[in-house]
Design a protein around this ligand. Structure first.
Ligand SMILES: Cc1cc2nc3c(=O)[nH]c(=O)nc-3n(C[C@H](O)[C@H](O)[C@H](O)COP(=O)(O)O)c2cc1C
Length: 373
């Protein structure tokens, strides 16, 4: 009965609500949903959502890095920039969420349009450049709260033309970590975002030397929570392996594969949609194949040393399961939520339960990397 209701919510969203929502510009709708989600995130509506969207699923539970993940489906960085959804998402059966990306100093965002939809491609154009209120404001909001699921903070470099050198960028990132560390927040993990494609200047952390410099400075702080790294997908295998060879030398607990698609030649694009957006990077379907490829590659070479979080183009349980079978222990999404509806995490968890059973697995951990030999 509950399961049917979840799937019915999906159909209603897709065929009734979505066509109306998609008539309005993407950023206004996003802001509306954040305010709506924040308003709904209280103990009463939380309980109602939980009743409809959640049920115990022992086979999906995992203990990783000392954190209990009730299920593997998380909200990726880029949706909840203002730390507003920590109370509504558990009721929708998300297993965890990442706030941010947040930077040391605030940034008002790149010039509009910063967000766009490619409906036929099943993708979003993103050119926000880390629009956020700055780490101090976010920490103020999170202070004193005890969360009911793992909440992480994604940290990146402040998007400012003033940060002209690698050294200044490292200092800026370390300062943001310091602000969080001072406050003993009830957060579960950090994401270090080294892969935002829409920032000022030529500073980057892809070269092994630069990456090593950053990791050395971050781990010198001895962060009190596990650190994950958000990886690019637009680098070739050789470049990714060079980065991984550095990453595994540090106590990084997981890599997230990965961020947005920069390559406009990706075969998933419907050309006339792409041409509407001369700037920006892309989420959803154009990220999926490369994300899966990289998960497999990294699992095969580094699976014994580091965990993988799969992210990119998940619209249903099968998409999540493909990433798990390729080597991901957890998955994250944004675009699927916008295209498929608020029931998506719950729906994916039901579908994962069925897929595991069909393959004869008692627990999700048995499926991780099952496609890699
Ligand atoms: C609107 C939007 C904003 C994003 N902003 C961030 C960000 O601030 N930090 C980050 O690490 N990733 C960001 N991303 C990338 C997502 O976290 C994710 O890696 C990517 O969208 C692929 O997942 P998806 O296909 O499920 O959306 C953003 C994505 C979208 C759609």
């Amino acid at each position: 009965m509950k399961k049917r209701l979840v799937f019915l919510t999906g159909y209603s969203y897709k065929y009734l609500f979505r066509p109306l929502l998609f008539l309005t510009d993407s950023e206004s709708i996003h802001n509306f949903f954040i305010r709506f989600g924040q308003a709904l995130g209280n103990e009463y509506s939380g309980g109602i959502f939980k009743f409809f969207f959640c049920h115990p699923q022992k086979e999906l539970e995992q203990q990783l890095f000392g954190i209990n993940f009730r299920n593997p489906v998380g909200l990726a960085a880029g949706f909840d920039y203002g730390a507003s959804l920590m109370w509504v998402l558990p009721g929708l059966n998300f297993g965890f969420e990442t706030i941010g990306t947040i930077t040391n100093m605030p940034y008002e965002g790149n010039p509009k349009p910063r967000l766009g939809r490619l409906v036929k491609t099943r993708s979003l154009m993103v050119n926000k450049g880390f629009k956020n209120e700055g780490i101090k404001k976010i920490v103020e909001k999170l202070k004193g709260q005890n969360f009911v699921f793992p909440v992480g903070i994604s940290i990146g470099k402040t998007n400012s033309a003033k940060l002209r050198t690698q050294g200044a960028a490292v200092e800026d990132i370390v300062s943001a970590f310091e602000v969080v560390e001072k406050e003993k927040l009830d957060i579960g993990f950090y994401e270090l975002n080294i892969s935002c494609p829409n920032l000022y200047g030529k500073i980057e952390f892809y070269e092994p030397e630069h990456l090593s410099g950053l990791l050395q400075a971050v781990f010198a702080l001895k962060p009190s929570k596990p650190v994950f790294i958000k990886m690019p997908i637009s680098k070739d295998n050789e470049e990714i392996i060079k980065m991984m060879d550095v990453i595994v030398k540090y106590p990084v607990k997981a890599v997230i594969l990965g961020n947005l698609q920069k390559d406009r030649n990706n075969s998933s694009f419907v050309r006339e949609e792409l041409e509407k957006f001369p700037a920006g990077s892309f989420s959803g379907l154009p990220t999926r194949a490369r994300s899966n490829e990289l998960i497999k590659l990294i699992y095969k070479r580094y699976g014994q040393k580091i965990k993988i979080i799969g992210c990119g183009g998940i619209f249903c349980g099968k998409d999540a399961y493909d990433k798990i079978r390729a080597g991901a222990s957890l998955v994250q999404l944004i675009t699927g939520l916008i295209f498929e509806g608020p029931q998506l995490a719950s729906q994916i968890n039901y579908e994962l339960e069925d897929l595991l059973k069909k393959d004869g697995f008692d627990n999700i951990t048995q499926a991780i990397g099952a496609n890699v030999n």
